[in-house]
Ligand binder design. Structure first.
Ligand code: ATP
Ligand code: DGY
Length: 524
C-alpha cells in the first residue's frame, strides 16, 4: 500500500442519501443521467457496508442490565470485555465497538494497514477513529499486504492479551480482509522471512486464497483456531467482514477463531501443485512433520461464536433496494462472480445484448436463439454456484421499463503487460468492447465495475463505468482500446479517455467486501 491512503470524502459526509433514493425523491432521481445514477448507486452501496452500520446491525447492548446481544446469543458484560482485531476495515469496526461497548472495555489491541489512521483523519471521517484516550492500542503494519516486523509485533501483543484472559472474560475479535498479513505469528523455527517468501511464491504461482490460507494456517500460532485456543477459557465472539466468495469463516483472514480441518497431506498436495515442495526450507518441513505427529490434534473452538456481519451479498441486497427505489426492476445475479476477466466480460456482453433485445419492442435489435444459447453456455462455463440467470431473464422479459442487473465477487486478471490497471477497470473496458461490437437497439446501456475498498489494483481509482459508444469515442480521441488491453494498461486508458470522466474515485473506503458489477438497461 505504497500510495498514501485516503478515505472517501463524499461517503464520509453522506454515506446514504435517502432523499434521492426513496419516496418522492425517486422521481427526481429517475430524471438523472444514467452515469450519475450509476455512480451514486456505487457510493451508496459502499455506504451500506461501512464498518459502523454493520457493527450497529450486529450488536446491541442493554445499558441497564449489561446484556450484549449478538444475533440470537446474549453475553453478560461487567467490565470484562477485551477486544482484538486485524484487517483493512478493523479501525472503523473497533471505533464502532468502542462507541457501543466502551464502558465495559478493559483493553484492546488491533493490527491495521500502515497509514490508515492518517488517511481517515485527513478525510474527516471521525466516526472511524478511536477516541483520544482509547483503551485500544493500534499497530499499523503489513505494507503492500505482506506480513512484516510491525504486524509481527501486533500479532504477539494480540496473543499476549488473549493468553491473559480468564473464564469470566469476553474477547471480541474483529476480523476483515487483509487479516492474514496483519496477524503473522510463525511457529518456530519458521521465520517471518520464510513465511513471507512462501506466501509470495504461492500467490505468484496462482494459488487460490483457500490454498494460500491452508498453508498459512499450518505454519501459524494464531491462524486456524490458534487465537481462539490462546483465549480459552474466555468466551470469544468474532465479528467478521467477508472478503472471500461464499463467506467461508475458516478462510477469511485464515480463520483464527475457526478450528482448522486441514491436515499435513492437504498442505503437501498444495505445495506439490505449485512446484514448491522440493525447495521448502528445513524449518517448514520441521513444523509440518511435527503437526503430523501432534497428539493434541487440531484446536477446538466450542467457546467461540463466529458471525459474518458484512459481505458482498449484503452490499448487493442494498444496491438492489436502492436501484428499485430509483425505478429500476433490479435482480441480483450472483455474489460469487469469479473466473478470468475475459470470460466474465464476454458473459456481461452477451447478457446486455439478450436482455436489451427482450426489453425493446418488436423491431428493436431482436434476440437470436443462438445468442441466448451462447449466454447460457458462457454462464455455465463460469460455474457460479448462486447464479440467478433464468430468474433475471424472466424479470427482464416481464419488464416494461428500466432494468438493473447486479453481481459481485472477484474475477481474476492474468497479467501479460506491464501497464497500470486493476481488475475492475480491465473488466469495464473489456465489457465496453463487447458492447460496442454489435448494435443494441433503442436501449441505453451502462456497465460499472468497482472495488468496495476503493482501490482497484495498484491504482487510486475504485473502478470505472462504460457505455457501448466508448470504443468508437476512444478511436475518435486517438486511443486504441485493444492496445491498452493488451498491455493491462486500463488505468492509463481511462485516465486519458474523456479526461478521466469514466473513472470511479472514492478514496480508500475503510471497508472491503470485494467488487460489485452493475448493468443498467434503459429503453429509450
Ligand atoms: N495492470 C493491471 N491490470 C489489471 N489488473 C491488475 C493490474 N495490476 C494488478 N492487477 C490485479 O489487481 C489485483 C490486486 O488488487 P488489490 O490490490 O485491489 O488486491 P485485492 O485482491 O483486491 O485485495 P483485497 O482482497 O484485500 O481487496 C490482482 O488480482 C492483480 O491481478
Ligand atoms: O486476509 C486474508 O487472508 C484475505 O484477505 C482473505 O480474507
Amino acid at each position: 500500500m505504497a500510495v498514501a491512503l485516503q478515505v472517501l470524502p463524499r461517503l464520509a459526509r453522506a454515506p446514504l442519501r435517502p432523499l434521492l433514493w426513496g419516496g418522492p425523491g425517486a422521481r427526481l432521481a429517475s430524471g438523472m443521467a444514467l452515469a450519475e445514477q450509476a455512480r451514486m448507486l456505487f457510493e451508496n452501496t459502499i455506504g451500506a457496508v461501512l464498518p459502523g452500520p454493520m457493527m450497529h446491525r450486529a450488536l446491541s447492548l442493554d445499558p441497564s442490565s449489561g446484556q450484549l446481544k449478538v444475533r440470537d446469543r446474549s453475553f453478560q458484560l461487567r467490565q470484562n470485555l477485551y477486544l482484538v482485531g486485524f484487517g483493512k476495515a478493523v479501525l472503523g469496526m473497533a471505533a464502532a465497538a468502542e462507541e457501543l461497548l466502551g464502558q465495559h472495555l478493559v483493553q484492546g489491541v488491533i493490527s491495521v494497514p500502515k497509514g490508515i489512521r492518517a488517511a481517515v483523519e485527513c478525510s474527516g471521517k471521525q466516526e472511524m477513529l478511536l477516541k483520544p484516550h482509547s483503551r485500544v492500542q493500534v499497530f499499523e503494519g503489513a505494507e503492500d499486504n505482506l506480513p512484516d516486523r510491525d504486524s509481527l509485533r501486533a500479532a504477539l501483543a494480540i496473543r499476549q492479551l488473549a493468553e491473559g484472559l480468564t473464564a469470566d472474560d469476553l474477547l471480541l475479535v474483529l476480523i476483515s480482509g487483509g487479516g492474514s498479513a496483519l496477524l503473522p505469528a510463525p511457529i518456530p523455527p519458521v521465520t517471518l522471512e520464510e513465511k513471507q517468501t512462501l506466501t509470495k511464491l504461492l500467490a505468484a504461482r496462482g494459488a487460490t486464497i483457500q490454498e494460500l490460507n491452508t498453508i498459512r494456517k499450518a505454519l501459524s500460532q494464531l491462524k486456524g483456531g490458534g487465537l481462539a485456543q490462546a483465549a480459552y477459557p474466555a468466551q470469544v465472539v468474532s465479528l467478521i467482514l467477508s472478503d472471500v466468495v461464499g463467506d467461508p469463516v475458516e478462510v477469511i483472514a485464515s480463520g483464527p477463531t475457526v478450528a482448522s480441518v486441514h491436515n499435513v497431506q492437504d498442505c503437501l498436495h498444495i505445495l506439490n501443485r505449485y512446484g514448491l515442495r522440493a525447495a521448502l526450507p528445513r524449518s517448514v518441513k520441521t513444523v509440518l512433520a511435527r503437526a503430523d505427529s501432534d497428539p493434541h490434534g487440531p484446536h477446538t473452538c466450542g467457546h467461540v461464536l463466529n458471525v459474518i456481519i458484512g459481505s458482498n451479498a449484503l452490499a448487493l441486497a442494498e444496491a438492489r433496494r436502492q436501484a428499485e427505489a430509483l425505478g429500476y426492476r433490479a435482480v441480483v445475479l450472483s455474489a460469487a462472480m469469479q473466473g478470468d476477466v475475459k470470460s466474465v466480460a464476454t458473459f456481461y456482453g452477451l447478457l446486455a445484448r439478450v436482455a436489451g433485445a427482450h426489453l425493446t419492442p418488436p423491431g428493436g435489435a431482436g434476440v437470436s436463439v443462438e445468442e441466448e444459447e451462447q449466454l447460457h453456455e458462457q454462464a455455465a462455463a463460469l460455474q457460479l454456484p448462486d447464479l440467478q440467470l433464468k430468474e433475471a431473464l424472466e424479470v427482464v422479459k416481464g419488464a416494461q421499463g428500466p432494468i438493473c442487473l447486479l453481481a459481485g465477487g472477484e474475477p481474476t486478471v492474468q497479467l501479460q503487460g506491464s501497464g497500470k490497471g486493476g481488475r475492475n477497470q480491465e473488466l469495464a473496458l473489456r465489457v465496453a468492447t463487447e458492447l460496442g461490437q454489435r448494435p443494441l437497439g433503442p436501449v441505453d446501456v451502462l456497465f460499472l465495475s468497482g472495488g468496495t475498498d476503493g482501490r482497484d489494483g495498484p491504482t487510486d481509482a475504485a473502478g470505472a463505468w462504460v457505455m457501448p459508444e466508448l470504443a468508437s469515442q476512444a478511436t475518435a480521441e486517438g486511443l486504441d482500446v485493444a492496445t491498452f488491453l493488451a498491455h493491462n494498461d486500463t488505468h492509463t486508458f481511462f485516465h486519458r479517455f474523456q479526461g478521466g470522466a469514466h473513472l470511479l474515485y472514492t478514496g480508500l473506503t475503510g471497508t472491503n467486501v470485494m467488487d460489485v458489477h452493475f448493468l443498467f438497461l434503459r429503453p429509450r
